[in-house]
Design a protein around this ligand. Structure first.
Ligand code: SAM
Length: 290
């Protein structure tokens, strides 16, 4: 198999297929030879595992996944890449290439059809604009998956992997920690891609929890509370929640106090359990006043 991280090899393949990079599909392909083996190894591509890859490009990561895992299914939106992938991945008989938009694909069906009896990992080097929606969709749809290993912008990775109660934490930190345990794996410089993006990246892994980290009475309201709190993170919690949830300040302040939190606490100082307690108290207040 040809070296898919060699720029001359890549250019020859792309030219032969008349392929030009699509900026709108976030097509920055990995050319640093050390990155894909690391993603595959740290992303659980191994015997007994099936790997769902999102966004194949010319198959440089797919190849490393298929060498290690029992089965690989890869969802790639760009139909122009399918003949290229059929060529570059022809040595493998354990890859199913699916030409679909991951946001519209039936991932439950893909997992059931490709990974029966296997543990399931997701691995992806995605366009940055779609990373958060894809991560949240994977988590919220409660797919039967064990881990999600994904390349993200360095700053986004810091936010996602932040501890709750620290300055870097935000609504996305809380949502990710509710469903999973995030880990920062390693950084990837912008020069590792062709073409080179203008930001550095990192690879993170989310180990999916068997059950959510906390058990709020009303999950939807819990997430409204978290988003509302961080929508005005400079304000104290009572003020930001009062305006975001349209609940009188006195009731929110009472809930903050009843949850055992200081009156002037700021959103970034709360843990997940604190958010669950406050949202449980507020959901009751809203029911009483309805
Ligand atoms: N995995 C390859 C690599 O590391 O070189 C390609 C990574 S490139 C950053 C992102 C890939 O995702 C591109 O191949 C692009 O066509 C594909 N893609 C973009 N949007 C997608 C979507 N909604 N569903 C599936 N694939 C998508």
């Amino acid at each position: 198999m040809e070296n898919l991280t060699n720029i001359n090899v890549i250019k020859e393949i792309l030219n032969r297929h008349g392929f030009t990079f699509s900026k709108s599909l976030g097509q920055n392909f990995l050319i640093n030879p050390s990155v894909c083996p690391k993603i595959a190894e740290m992303g659980n591509a191994a015997k007994g595992w099936g790997v769902l890859e999102i966004g194949a490009g010319i198959g440089v990561l797919t190849h490393e996944l298929a060498k290690r895992a029992d089965n690989v299914a890869v969802v790639e939106i760009d139909g122009r890449l399918i003949p290229i992938l059929n060529e570059t991945l022809s040595e493998h008989d354990n890859i199913n290439i699916i030409n679909e938009d991951v946001m519209k694909a039936d991932l439950n069906k893909i997992i059931a059809e490709n990974f029966s009896g296997l543990k399931v990992a997701v691995c992806a080097n995605l366009p940055y604009y779609i990373t958060s929606p894809v991560i949240m969709t994977l988590l919220e749809s409660r797919l039967p998956i064990d881990s999600v290993t994904v390349m993200v912008q360095k700053e986004a990775g810091k936010r996602i992997c932040a501890e709750m109660g620290t300055r870097d934490s935000g609504a996305v930190t809380a949502a990710v920690r509710y469903y999973s345990e995030p880990k920062m794996l390693f950084e990837v410089s912008r020069g590792s891609f062709l073409p080179s993006p203008n930001v550095d990246s990192c690879v993170i892994r989310l180990d999916i929890r068997k059950a959510p980290a906390v058990s709020p009475a009303d999950e939807r309201f819990f997430f409204r509370t978290v988003r509302g709190a961080f929508s005005q993170r400079r304000k104290n919690l009572a003020n930001s929640l009062s305006s975001a949830l349209n609940i009188p300040k006195e009731q929110v302040a009472a809930a903050v106090k009843a949850a055992g939190l200081p009156e002037n606490i700021r959103p970034e100082q709360l843990g997940l359990k604190d958010f669950a307690d406050v949202s449980d108290l507020l959901v009751k207040f809203t029911v009483q006043t309805a």
